[in-house]
Design a protein around this ligand. Sequence first.
Ligand code: PGA
Length: 251
Amino acid sequence: MSRTPLLAGNWKMHGTRSEAVALARALAAAIGSVAGREVAVAPPFTALEAVAGALAGSGIGLAAQNVHWEPKGAFTGEVSAAMLREAGCTHVIVGHSERRQYFGETDATVAKRLGAALAGGLIPIACVGETLAEREAGETAAVIARQVAAVLAGAGAGIARCVLAYEPVWAIGTGRTATPAQAEEVHAAIRRQVAGTAGEAVAAGLRILYGGSVKPDNIDALMAEADIDGALVGGASLEAAAFARIVRYRG
Ligand code: PGA
C-alpha cells in the first residue's frame, strides 16, 4: 500500500503575522512544486489567515496547532474547528507533547479535540510519545499503546482520515533524534495496534509521521524505514532552506 508522505512544519509560538508571512513566502519559493509528497505548516493562530494568503496556489497545506472540542461557547482562549476552517486550515495538530506537558492536555481531551477536528472537516495530526523517564523505565510500548488507544477512541471510523505522529518527548528540541530503528519499532507497533482496532486496510493506509529533532541530515535515513511516512518538524521548519531540504528527502 503506498502512502503519500506528509512533511509538516510545526512553528510553535514563533512568528508574528509579518514574520510568518515572510517565512511562508520563502518556504513556498524554496519548496516549489514537489511531486509525490504533501507539505503543511502550522503557524500560530494569529498568523493563520495571513499565511493562508501567502501560501495560496503553492499546494502547501495549513495546519493549526490546537482545536477545541465545542463549536462555540464560554471557553476563553480556545478556538473551534469552524474558526480554523474559515481561516484557511486543512489540518490541525492535536495532543502535541508540549500541550500535554505544560497545558494539562490528557488522553481524554486529546480524544475530544480529535473528534471535533474530524467533525469539522480538518485532518488531525495526532501526536503520541513517551518521556525519557518512561523510556528508561521500559514503559515506551505501554505508554504509546495507551495514547494510541485514546486516539482510536476519539476518532472512531474517522481514523482513516487521521495522521498520527510519533514524537518521543526526549527527542523534541534536544538535537537527540531517535535512531531510525528506534522510531521504526514504535511506528510498526502503532500500525499493528491500529490494524487490531480498525482493520488491516485502514492501518496500511494510515500515515505515521516521526517528530523530534528532524533535520536535513537525518531525514533521509528516517524516511528509508518502512513505517515512517513523513515528519513533523519543529526547529528546522523555521528555516526555509532546511525545511525545503527535508521536504525533498531521498528515502
Ligand atoms: P523539533 O520539534 O523538530 O524542534 O524537535 C518537533 C515537534 O515538536 O513537533
